[in-house]
Design a protein. Structure first.
Length: 95
């Protein structure tokens, strides 16, 4: 009986240690999965929202540059109706 009693007393700490180790392992696996999902979410946010917004800002800048060129052309002393425009188009604006 004392042998069985010693095994029983040793089994409790081992069992507790195994439970703690399994809990740590499970939380680690869960944390890795959550980090992968977060990375996917951030990538999706970047592709779906920030890239189109950047394109819209670039388009806005181009439209503003065209507006400024048109305003300068119409304000020229030639009256704006002649086809001889002496200025050069900026490289960023393609007509």
């Amino acid at each position: 009986m004392p042998l069985l009693s010693r095994i029983h007393y040793k089994a409790k700490p081992i069992f507790l240690f195994l439970i703690v180790m399994l809990t740590i392992l499970a939380s680690s696996v869960l944390e890795k999965r959550l980090m992968r999902d977060l990375n996917t979410s951030v990538s999706s946010l970047y592709q779906d929202r920030l890239m189109p917004a950047t394109g819209l800002f670039q388009l806005n800048d181009l439209m503003y540059a065209k507006q400024q060129l048109l305003a300068g052309y119409l304000a020229s002393p030639a009256g704006g109706g002649s086809s001889t425009y002496g200025g050069s188009w900026p490289a960023t604006i393609r007509i």
